[in-house]
Write a protein that binds this ligand. Structure first.
Ligand code: ADP
Ligand code: MG
Length: 367
């Protein structure tokens, strides 16, 4: 799929911006603070429902404005679609697909698909497990919108259980703790299994990219890790997780926090059989993340039949010549929206981005 156009009103630094993209490589360039990342953030909002900077709707609205309006026109393998979004300060956003309101985010997710790659991702291999889980979760949510519901229910119940533990478990509230454990174990099984399958498939694809990129020198493998042993079936996961809650009940009660469940899962990135979390060089990390990002798009295509749009924020300048060349050769037949500080080579579709509030006169224009 590819984006035809993007329209923003009162979104971050963009009072009114309209862009028409080409189906291959598009470069957004301009000085720091010009509003380039804001544009990618807007596009990604349509894919994941969330900002990749982790902000609330209120913060996305231009300073001093009551609301934002965003419109994305894209074409999938069947037809052209229009997605619209209204963001408000103090009430729920409104979502529209082809002019019809959509009430649930889960019906919206998966319509438009994008892979985002930011300088933050370059650190993902050595970052905390939470960062790696989030990477998997965002990708899975786009591919399996129902996964969102499991994740949010899990987080809600985890919070309730933690509140109960914090206030101190009594004989009276013990049955409640068991009810929470039961549901958390069910949801952990669903979530872990989804992530496990996803990470394994992602690893297979990423290994191919890694191999190509390093001319066979680096072998990449992803290994999913849980607190409850190997992952096989949902039933087994559920049983193991519930058993773990039983075994660690005393500890959870005395530490006053939930110690087990899928919010402790992680995955190891192995490069040449060494754990990259502790051993990878800067260069290996970059290749591995690039391979993971390309694989993410490829996997979405396997699952859904649709090519994702790739959003690369400021990362090309971080990659060395060899990796950059690899990307530019791999770019064919996919839509890329790249940002950078410098004007791109001739022949590439480029948009100069200005911060109108700062530069006074103009917005973003195609060159
Ligand atoms: N809610 C907002 N309203 C208006 N301007 C905003 C808002 N949020 C961020 N900005 C502005 O956006 C600019 C940063 O844009 P960004 O897209 O990150 O720039 P870059 O081109 O460097 O990627 C800053 O000038 C910041 O003040
Ligand atoms: Mg930026």
């Amino acid at each position: 799929m590819y984006i035809n156009s993007l329209t923003l009103r009162d979104f971050r630094s963009h009072a009114h911006t309209e862009l028409e993209f080409t189906r291959d490589v598009n470069v957004l360039w301009g000085e720091n603070g010009a509003g380039k990342t804001n544009l990618l953030e807007a596009v990604f909002l349509f894919a994941s429902g969330k900002s990749f900077r982790g902000q609330t709707d209120k913060e996305l609205i231009s300073f001093g404005k009551p609301e934002s309006y965003l419109k994305l026109v894209f074409t999938d393998r069947f037809s052209e679609h229009v997605l619209e979004m209204n963001l408000y300060k103090n009430r729920r956003r409104l979502l529209f697909k082809d002019g019809c309101e959509i009430k649930r985010l889960s019906e919206y997710l998966g319509l438009f698909r994008a892979v985002v790659f930011t300088p933050d991702h370059l650190k993902i291999i050595k970052a905390s497990p939470e960062n790696r889980r989030r990477l998997a979760d965002i990708a899975i949510c786009q591919t399996f919108p129902r996964y969102v519901a499991s994740l949010s229910e899990y987080n809600r119940i985890l919070l309730q259980k933690n509140n109960l533990l914090k206030s101190g478990v009594t004989e009276l509230s013990l049955p409640m703790l068991e009810i929470y454990n039961e549901r958390l174990a069910q949801l952990s099984a669903v979530i872990t299994l989804n992530r496990y399958n996803y990470i394994n498939r992602l690893g297979e694809k990423a290994a191919v990219y890694m191999n190509e990129m390093t001319e066979g020198k680096e072998e990449l493998r992803l290994v999913y890790e849980t607190q409850y042993g190997g992952v096989f079936t949902r039933e087994e996961l559920y049983k193991n997780c519930l058993a773990l809650y039983k075994r660690r009940q005393e500890a959870e009660i005395s530490k006053r926090v939930t110690l087990c469940g899928c919010h402790h899962d992680d995955f190891a990135v192995m490069i040449n059989s060494k754990d990259a979390r502790s051993y990878a060089s800067q260069g290996q990390q970059r290749s591995a993340v690039l391979a993971l990002k390309l694989a993410e798009g490829e996997l979405a295509k396997v699952y859904t039949g649709e090519e994702s749009v790739f959003l690369f924020d400021d990362v090309l300048s971080e990659l060395d010549e060899k990796r950059r060349a690899y990307v530019t050769q791999k770019l064919t037949s996919r839509q890329f929206i790249l940002t950078g500080c410098d004007a791109p080579a001739e022949g590439v579709t480029a948009f100069r981005v200005h911060n109108a509030a700062r530069a006074a006169e103009d917005g973003t224009e195609r060159e």
